[in-house]
Structure formats: structure tokens, C-alpha cells
Design a protein around this ligand. Structure first.
Ligand code: ADP
Length: 240
């Protein structure tokens, strides 16, 4: 087996007296799509924030491509190839869609600028189904389209690893299927993805493996079908 792309080793995060993440360890291998599951408040978003550098850790280590990334600033981690979307969409509302994506392209290693960035931004917008909206201000987009734009901005970094935080939440059934198809296409291109997701149809459709958290700790890690029938996992969800 090759070395993992991402390694979480004994991560801990406290907010005052609250232990939000407690001795969390798991690996993600290149090409995997791994679901990070658990009831509300179990520490999933905090774990994503520890990986992306949005929050400092109290203990443990995050390794990416064999190198320690915990302790680096979030923009440094992004440049190393870890891109993320947020639970609450964070596009630049006043800017049009093409410029939103071009901003991401300028930031990536060997950044693209000017015409090259505009061209690449248009291709990325088409990739996520927003080709016709390139000139629209991000704030004028519907919710699903803002999510698409955020994904295009993440892809603009040419990441090795994509962190998706409830990217499929709040979509109607048609949009959900489109979202699943889009993530599956990325998966088919070899993208490695770690996704926090509550939509179980999406988890079944996309994730070969799941890690389940409860009250900050990992309670299951394995093949999706087995994990979701694990009595401890069912109990954690029913108890929440
Ligand atoms: P999940 O993503 O699984 O819903 P979170 O990681 O958002 O869980 O939260 C885990 C726990 O940490 C919760 O009890 C939450 O209230 C708490 N928490 C998260 N962020 C903060 C913060 N910035 N300050 C204080 N407590 C927080």
C-alpha cells in the first residue's frame, strides 16, 4: 500500500472546557472519496478546520504528502494542494463569477493572470455547470450556483485534496443528483476528497469509506455499508 495522502494523527481541539475534537486519527489515500460523518456537534467541521489550518490544534499532527502541515497558515496549506469549500458559502459577492474563479487561479502555485486566467476560469465555470453565468455577480446566483462557484474556486487551486463541508446540503432532488454527478466526475479524474455530509444518498453514491465521529472522537472507520450498519454508529445518530 502506498503512503497516505493525508494523515491525521491524534488531533485534539478544545474550546475553553469543551473538547470538540479528541485524539482523532485517520488516513486518506490518493483517489479515495471518504465521508466524515457524525451527529451535529460531533466535531466534523472543527476537524476540517484543523486540516485546512483555519484553526490551530491543541495536540496532534496533520501530514499531507508525507510532510507535516499542521502549524502552517491556511493559505500555505491551500498552496500545497488542499482546497476546501465552506458550510456557509463564501464567494465574493460583488465580483462576477469569472473574476471569482480567476482570483483563485492567481493564487495557485505558478499563478495564472490576465487572458490565461480568464480562459481557465471560463473552463472551470463550464466544468461546474456555470459557463453561461460567467458575467453575473456572484451575489446574483442562486444558492446551488453559489455552491458551484465555490467549488470552481476550490478547483482553481489545482488541489490534490478537496475538503467539502456539506457541499450537497440544502439542494432539491434534481440539484442533488447534479451535485453527485459533478463530484463523481471529479472522482473519476482521480481527485481525492474528504467530505462532511449528512445526505445519506450522497454518502452511499460517492463514499467508498466513512469515518464517523461522536462527541469529538472517532467511533467507526471502514467501508461505507459496514460503517453505516455498525450498532455504535446507529446509536450515536439516534441518541443525538
Ligand atoms: P459538527 O461539524 O460535527 O456539527 P463542530 O465541529 O461544528 O461539529 O462542533 C463541535 C463542538 O465544538 C460543538 O459542541 C460546537 O458547539 C463546538 N464549537 C465549534 N466551534 C466552536 C467555536 N469557535 N467556539 C466554541 N465552541 C465551538
Amino acid at each position: 500500500m502506498t503512503a497516505p495522502l493525508l494523515e491525521l494523527k491524534g488531533l485534539a481541539k478544545r474550546f475553553g472546557g469543551l473538547v470538540a475534537v479528541n485524539d482523532l486519527s485517520f488516513d486518506v489515500h490518493a483517489g479515495e472519496v471518504v465521508g466524515l460523518l457524525g451527529p451535529n456537534g460531533s466535531g466534523k467541521t472543527t476537524a476540517m478546520n484543523l486540516v485546512s489550518g483555519a484553526l490551530p490544534l491543541n495536540a496532534g499532527e496533520v501530514r499531507f504528502q508525507g510532510k507535516t502541515i499542521s502549524g502552517l497558515a491556511s493559505h500555505q496549506i491551500a498552496r500545497l494542494g488542499v482546497a476546501r469549500t465552506f458550510q456557509l458559502v463564501r464567494v465574493l459577492g460583488g465580483m462576477n463569477c469569472r473574476d471569482n474563479v480567476a482570483a483563485g487561479l492567481a493564487f495557485r502555485p505558478g499563478g495564472l493572470h490576465g487572458r490565461a486566467a480568464e480562459h481557465a476560469a471560463q473552463l472551470l465555470l463550464e466544468r461546474v455547470g456555470l459557463g453561461a453565468q460567467a458575467e453575473l455577480a456572484a451575489s446574483e446566483l442562486t444558492y446551488i450556483d453559489q455552491k458551484r462557484l465555490e467549488l470552481a474556486r476550490a478547483l482553481a487551486l489545482a488541489p490534490q485534496l478537496l475538503l467539502l463541508d456539506e457541499w450537497l446540503a440544502g439542494l432539491n432532488p434534481t440539484e442533488l443528483q447534479q451535485g453527485i454527478d459533478l463530484i463523481r466526475a471529479l472522482q473519476g479524474e482521480g481527485m481525492t476528497i474528504l467530505m462532511v455530509e449528512h445526505v445519506m444518498d450522497a454518502v452511499h453514491a460517492l463514499c467508498s469509506r466513512c469515518v464517523v465521529m461522536n462527541t469529538g472522537a472517532k467511533i467507526a472507520d471502514g467501508a461505507t455499508r459496514e460503517v453505516l450498519s455498525d450498532p455504535r454508529v446507529i446509536e450515536a445518530y439516534l441518541g443525538s
